[in-house]
Design a protein around this ligand. Sequence first.
Ligand SMILES: O=C(O)C[C@@H](Cc1ccccc1)[C@H](O)SCc1ccccc1
Ligand SMILES: [Zn+2]
Length: 171
Amino acid sequence: LLPILSYPDPRLRTIATPVKEVTAEIKTLITDMIETMYEAQGIGLAASQVDRHIQLIVIDLSEDKDSPRVFINPKVTPLVEEKQSYEEGCLSVPDVYDKVERPNKVRIEALDQDGNAIDEEVEGLLAVCIQHEMDHLSGVIFVDYLSRLKQTRARDKVRKVLKIREKQGEQ
Ligand SMILES: O=C(O)C[C@@H](Cc1ccccc1)[C@H](O)SCc1ccccc1
Ligand SMILES: [Zn+2]
């Protein structure tokens, strides 16, 4: 399992660089990220969150947690003006959920782990998730879209959750 960086860790603000070649090391990272995402009950995870600053995200929206998707060097283009509001959360901001508006239909262009091209139009939760993960690769966290007050509350909440987790770890 890989440790997930917690907000407001400045490393989460690092801009991810493009993947030049899908090496064996990157394939191992992909496997580790997928396992880490499942263990943390996430439906997406960006490499930035595990302190690896390359353009790589993994997503699995399936019920049985058995169909992970890998997007390398992803590029997202909104296809509609309309935005949808969705109650987002983030593995780097535990126990904080709030509404974020994003375009509800996007085009995603990327490479998969075998270097094959991905070029799809997606909407709904997959579109929301991909945009949320893409933000991570640009050092953006969903709380950045919220009010200052909510950002302060988020910081306090994360601090509290991390303290509780530390205690649980010690017991
Ligand atoms: O990037 C992450 O931290 C994983 C995110 C992905 C995500 C956030 C908001 C909306 C869709 C996907 C989540 O922590 S995964 C847990 C989750 C699942 C559904 C809704 C909200 C949060
Ligand atoms: Zn997130």
